[in-house]
Write a protein that binds this ligand. Structure first.
Ligand code: RTP
Ligand code: MG
Length: 163
């Protein structure tokens, strides 16, 4: 337990933070609670959460690596078309764990048991975004959250029963 706590109970560098957002179809289909509960039950921590309609500028920054691809403009139109639930999720190996929880990009290939494999049929309407690297997570978190919106706390179960 000592290994994961700094003096004062704050987290040490063993945890990662990742940016996750539920896309408009998840909010519109009323599946927010079901999806968030999968992240919680895995043991990860919600460090920040808000419902927002992202601006084009925010969406373009998040997806800038795909600029020029044929799906880029429709993707930006879609993600900015309605409310998204944005979260900063924290925990050991949070980035890889979230990528596994969400499943493959195209729901045709996503395994049952993953979010995309259980809730999606279409590659654009694939329910959820999660950062794919530490570098991108840091960049993406800053696009949607200010530092004072991200809380630092530890659930008692984490130290005693999770890691
Ligand atoms: P995300 O960034 O949303 O978490 O998804 P991802 O890493 O699994 O997939 P990525 O390659 O980053 O693509 C970003 C989003 O673009 C849409 N997409 N459409 N062939 C297509 O039509 C296509 N490819 C990608 C998806 O909505 C994907 O989540
Ligand atoms: Mg991606």
């Amino acid at each position: 337990m000592d290994k994961i706590l700094r003096k004062g109970g704050k987290r040490k560098g063993l945890t990662e933070r990742t940016l996750v957002f539920l896309k408009p179809e998840a909010v519109m289909r009323g599946l927010v609670g079901k999806i968030v509960s999968r992240i919680e039950r895995r043991g990860l921590t919600i460090a920040a959460m808000k419902l927002l309609q992202p601006t084009r500028k925010q969406a373009e920054k998040i997806y800038e690596v795909h600029k020029g691809m044929n799906f880029y403009e429709p993707l930006i139109d879609h993600v900015t078309s309605g409310p998204i639930l944005a979260m900063v999720i924290e925990g050991p190996n949070a980035i890889s764990i979230l990528r596994n929880i969400i499943g493959k990009t195209n729901p045709i290939e996503a395994q049952p048991g993953t979010i995309r494999g259980d809730f999606a049929l279409n590659v654009q309407k694939n329910m959820i975004h999660a950062s794919d690297s530490l570098e991108n997570a840091k960049k993406e978190i800053k696009i949607l959250f200010s530092s004072d919106e991200i809380l630092e706390y530890q659930k008692p179960t984490e130290a005693q029963y999770m890691f």
